[in-house]
Design a protein around this ligand. Structure first.
Ligand code: ATP
Ligand code: MG
Length: 467
């Protein structure tokens, strides 16, 4: 068996019959009778299994008993055309080696219960299911496509720090990073924690956004993007929030809000198209198993222009909906931040397509957003998607030193940790824009999964950090 090189199952399934092959993988199922056994083998290279046909005259009863769901095997044999339906080729086994047995009585994936909720409790093994195999491959394809997209446009991939003293606009509650002994915390004269004794000599946390550092890159090399983990101590247990998620944050010098919207729209359409072009087997599986509208919905966002609407106009639409009896749980009026139900009403009921909201009241958005002439709104933009709500948040940034400083003062923010950021406006300031795409929110859309815990291998949520 050793002289023959292993071929991945994805490649075998695309081959013409003929010749001797070596496949390795995990058993999905075994069926058959006394004369012949059919083994469905999967190695993760594709959602599809290869059928291994084992003639019982050739194989020892004891060996065949060990071929159970979850066991790992090497199979050498002839690649032949298959008479059974469902596959073009199969392997007529000559030799089978069991690498690792898998006790059917103890294997957690043997259980009848394969609900997504159950699988979350066995997240260490769920990558072996068809569903999570598909999700992991799509997740990879989307990560690859993101780098491809920006690389083709000449953007520089910038690594922004994960440990930081900046709270980036207060985007979310932060996880503190410390090496202080929690049983013996050093205090200063006033009785406050003495962070000068801590590892970095100051109070530090895990990043909630790489944007502020991203702006440093954009105002130097023009166009950058970050793609890394982001941490928010979100205590909201929603199907759309994780405590650890991945974010893509492009930041571009010389882009105004229009350029920013165009890029965001082109970007998500590129990713959806990439998924349709490269992940069709996996998408079809998810479409059939979980969400019959998935593939149609993916196609539907490609052909149309996203609706661009100001916040003010959206409030009018929502207020009219309330007057007409639409039962929203949360109130809506000018000045409130929209809830997911409002976003979904706009996208799914009113416009029937993705929506880009712009020009928000300044009080519900961060200090760095470009201030409009009206004195009450800022040039923010949120991209809203069907079934998900907000998938992207961004803005044109305030480029004027005076206005930025004015806003910082107005909000009573401490400038102590912000001088480095303000320097971008002090020295050669330029108009610039950027946005953040939540990677798992994108994956919710692309896979059709309903819960964000099911599109990341090891979800971190309140009271859950296993593995
Ligand atoms: P939301 O209102 O949904 O909490 P946000 O306004 O806090 O979002 P931003 O700070 O604009 O979000 O972050 C940019 C993007 O990051 C969001 O559009 C979303 O796709 C994603 N995102 C934000 N928070 C989370 C989270 N806790 N888990 C997963 N993705 C998130
Ligand atoms: Mg939030």
């Amino acid at each position: 068996m050793e002289t023959l090189k292993r071929t991945k199952i994805k490649a075998l399934l695309g081959r013409e019959p003929g010749g001797e092959v070596l496949a390795k993988g995990w058993v999905r199922t075994k069926r058959g009778n006394k004369q012949v056994k059919f083994i469905a083998l999967n190695d993760g290279s594709t959602i599809n299994n290869i059928q291994v046909v084992a003639d019982m005259e050739r194989f020892d009863e004891e060996l065949v008993k060990r071929i159970t769901t979850g066991a790992s095997l090497a199979v050498r044999g002839e690649l032949t055309s298959s008479i059974g339906s469902g596959q073009a080729v199969e392997i007529q086994a000559r030799e089978i080696e069991v690498f690792g047995d898998c006790d059917p009585m103890r294997y957690p994936l043997q259980k009848k219960d394969t609900s997504l909720e159950y699988l979350r409790t066995v997240a260490h093994l769920r990558p072996r299911t068809n569903t999570f195999g598909a999700i992991l491959r799509i997740r990879h394809a989307m990560a690859f496509a993101i780098h491809q997209f920006f690389n083709d446009k000449g953007f520089v991939y910038l690594h922004t720090p994960l440990i930081t003293e900046s709270d980036a606009e207060g985007a979310g509650d932060m996880f503190q990073v410390t090496t202080l002994d929690l049983k013996d915390i050093p205090l200063d004269k006033k009785g406050n924690v003495d962070f000068s004794k801590d590892f970095f000599g100051k109070k530090t946390s895990l990043t909630v956004s790489g944007q502020l550092e991203g702006e440093l890159g954009a105002t130097a090399v023009g166009e950058i993007y970050t793609f890394g983990p982001t941490f928010r101590a979100e205590n909201s247990n929603t199907p759309r929030h994780l405590a650890e998620f991945w974010m893509i944050e492009p930041e571009m010098a010389f882009y105004d809000i229009e350029d920013n919207m165009e890029l965001a729209e082109e970007f998500v359409k590129y990713l959806v198209q990439y998924a349709l072009d490269h992940c069709m087997d996996d998408l079809r599986f998810l479409n059939d198993k979980y969400d019959n509208g998935l593939i149609e919905r993916l196609h539907s966002v490609l052909g149309i222009a996203f609706e661009r609407v100001t916040y003010t106009r959206a409030v009018e639409i929502l207020e009219k909906a309330v007057a007409e009896g639409v039962p929203f749980e949360f109130p809506v009026h000018w000045g409130t931040d929209f809830q997911s139900e409002h976003e979904r009403y706009l996208v799914e009921k009113y416009f029937g397509k993705p929506v880009i909201l712009t020009d928000f009241p300044k009080d519900i958005k961060a200090f760095y957003m470009k201030q409009n002439e009206d004195g009450r709104t800022v040039r923010g933009m949120d991209v809203l998607f069907p079934k998900i709500g907000e998938i992207i948040g961004g803005s044109e940034r305030e480029a004027s030193l005076e206005k930025l400083e004015g806003r910082i003062a107005e909000l009573g923010m401490s400038r102590k940790n912000l001088e480095w950021y303000i320097d971008t406006r002090r020295f050669g300031s330029v108009p610039h824009s950027g946005f953040g795409l939540g990677f798992e929110r994108l994956l919710l859309f692309v896979t059709g999964m309903a819960n964000i815990r099911d599109v990341i291998p090891f979800p971190r949520t309140p009271k859950n950090a296993e593995f």
